[in-house]
Design a protein around this ligand. Structure first.
Ligand SMILES: Cc1cc2nc3c(=O)[nH]c(=O)nc-3n(C[C@H](O)[C@H](O)[C@H](O)COP(=O)(O)OP(=O)(O)OC[C@H]3O[C@@H](n4cnc5c(N)ncnc54)[C@H](O)[C@@H]3O)c2cc1C
Length: 464
């Protein structure tokens, strides 16, 4: 332990939340994050219940030179929400949320998941752009950009931020908004957790649901070429209300999957219409007419149900290794490469998947320098998701993901989406931004965190 036991007792005594060490019964659970492959052992885990706990933890960690990880929902695939040795500042107990229906805003503490956030806002028939899996934390997600079912209509999650409350590396508590610390507000909207710890977010909300038209439609993987060609043309004609994605996957033993299809390779289109249910149904008619579906789960459903529909595909503790890139286009050579590389997926792991998300819409319309978010002109995001269960050899899954990603390099823009990056080094972080934005972020880092106290993240080194 780098500190004396009396220092530690004093620190513990000042906390409103819990201090967990390896001697405590809940340590083993407390040290885990979403990705089961991450097996790190922090010295101290501080479960903060309010801003003063966060300030105390930052001051204690800085004074004792502790490597410090910040955790919201713990879903970062690289496991940046934990560390070996050092301190984890865990915000997950901070779950207050106040929804103001009149101003259509919500003030939400950083420990909320999207499931918890949506539940509170949907009571008022409101929502903002959140994740495709509702166990994901609002904090890390928002700071990296954030896309989900409402993105083409309402923009990235950062486009819906009104202000944030933050604790800086020197322990100061500040507000960042268009009127206060405007430079910091620009940086947190896409710059990740580099500048400080956000304790609460104020979001703009929009009328959504409670019923929307959405879900997923499945075809055998043998239809992939025709479906992707159809999807390429169809997505170019869609209004912003419709956000869609394509997934290569293996059919799981779920209640909606006919027994004879379990374990077979499939291709699915999943979507959400952020508007009137009838209009959504009309818009997906061509998709339904493309070919008779193996499984058709499209229909009216509560927005909350749609937000949780894909949770079973990403349970906590699954082992995960990912690669992400923006595709230039879905032209025929790209489609052929995707199909070729996906063919090995099923024999490696029935849980792995390949996702192609259609962007454009409101993402593209926001001004390029309005936020620090990188590449707004991207059309399609490719995510290659290696997912497997404990006890299996990680090597073959990692190799599959890497060779897949390498094979698609010439079909990609060379840029990346920050939130899906693993621990892939400085050049890949740089690839999440254009050169001008990256330099501006480095200067901001030098202003707000010159010693790089917040370095367990997609790190932006301070400008000299
Ligand atoms: C199953 C799954 C589904 C996903 N779906 C989507 C999706 O639909 N759309 C999308 O855009 N992304 C998605 N992601 C990626 C997700 O946005 C990132 O993994 C994000 O980092 C998760 O945030 P978190 O708070 O849960 O993670 P954590 O691991 O807790 O945090 C990640 C990093 O964010 C920073 N951070 C966290 N909290 C704070 C804070 N309060 N203040 C400052 N910095 C902080 C830290 O640097 C931390 O290391 C998904 C990830 C998973 C695992």
């Amino acid at each position: 332990m780098p500190t004396t036991s009396s220092d530690l007792s004093q620190f513990k005594g000042n906390l409103h939340g819990q201090l967990i060490t390896s001697h405590d019964g809940d340590y083993e659970e407390a040290r885990t994050v979403w990705n089961g492959m991450i097996d790190k052992r922090p010295e101290l885990i501080v479960r903060c219940t309010d801003k003063s706990d966060v300030i105390n933890a930052v001051n204690f960690a800085r004074a004792n030179h502790l490597l410090t990880a910040i955790r919201g929902g713990g879903h970062n695939v690289a496991g940046f929400g934990t560390c070996d040795g050092g301190m984890v500042i865990d915000l997950s107990p901070m779950k207050d949320i106040a929804v103001d229906a009149a101003s259509r805003t919500a003030r939400a503490e950083a420990g909320l998941t999207w499931g918890e956030f949506d539940k509170a806002t949907q009571v008022r028939g409101l929502a903002t752009t959140g994740g495709l899996v509702s166990s994901t934390g609002i904090a890390g997600f928002t700071l990296g950009g954030g896309f989900g079912w409402l993105v083409r209509k309402h923009g990235l999650t950062v486009d819906n931020l009104v202000s944030v409350e933050m604790v800086l590396a020197d322990g100061r508590s500040v507000t960042a908004s268009p009127n206060e610390n405007a430079d910091l507000f620009w940086g947190v909207r896409g710059g990740g957790g580099n500048f400080g710890i956000v304790t609460s977010f104020a979001f703009r909300l929009h009328p959504v649901g409670p019923m929307v038209f959405g879900g997923a439609i499945f075809h055998p993987a043998a239809k992939a070429k025709d479906l992707l060609r159809f999807y390429r043309g169809w997505t170019q004609m869609l209004p912003d209300e419709l956000s869609t994605m394509v997934a290569f996957l293996t059919a799981q033993p779920e209640s909606f999957v006919p027994k004879k299809l379990v374990g077979t390779p499939m291709i699915a289109v999943a979507l959400c219409h952020a508007g009137a249910v009838e209009a959504g149904e009309k818009l997906v008619k061509p998709l339904r007419e493309f070919a008779p579906a193996a499984i058709d789960l499209l229909g009216p459903l509560p927005y909350l149900a749609l937000q949780g529909l894909f949770n079973p595909s990403a349970p906590k503790g699954i082992h995960a290794y990912w690669r992400t890139q923006y595709l230039r286009d879905l032209d025929d050579p790209t489609i052929d490469a995707l199909i070729d590389r996906t063919s090995a997926m099923k024999s490696l792991s029935p849980f792995s998947a390949v996702h192609i998300h259609h962007w454009e819409g409101a993402i593209k319309r926001a001004g390029a320098d309005q936020t620090a978010f990188g590449h707004r002109s991207a059309r399609y995001v490719l995510n290659i998701l290696g997912l497997w269960t404990a006890g299996k050899d990680a090597g073959e899954h990692i190799t599959w993901v890497r060779t897949f990603s390498d094979a698609l390099q010439t079909r990609s823009t060379g840029q990346v989406y920050l939130n899906f990056l693993g621990d892939e080094g400085a050049d890949r972080v740089k690839a999440a931004y254009d050169a001008q934005t990256f330099e501006r972020l480095r200067k901001l880092k030098a202003k707000f965190d010159p010693s790089n106290f917040f370095r367990l993240n997609q790190n932006i080194s301070p400008a000299n």
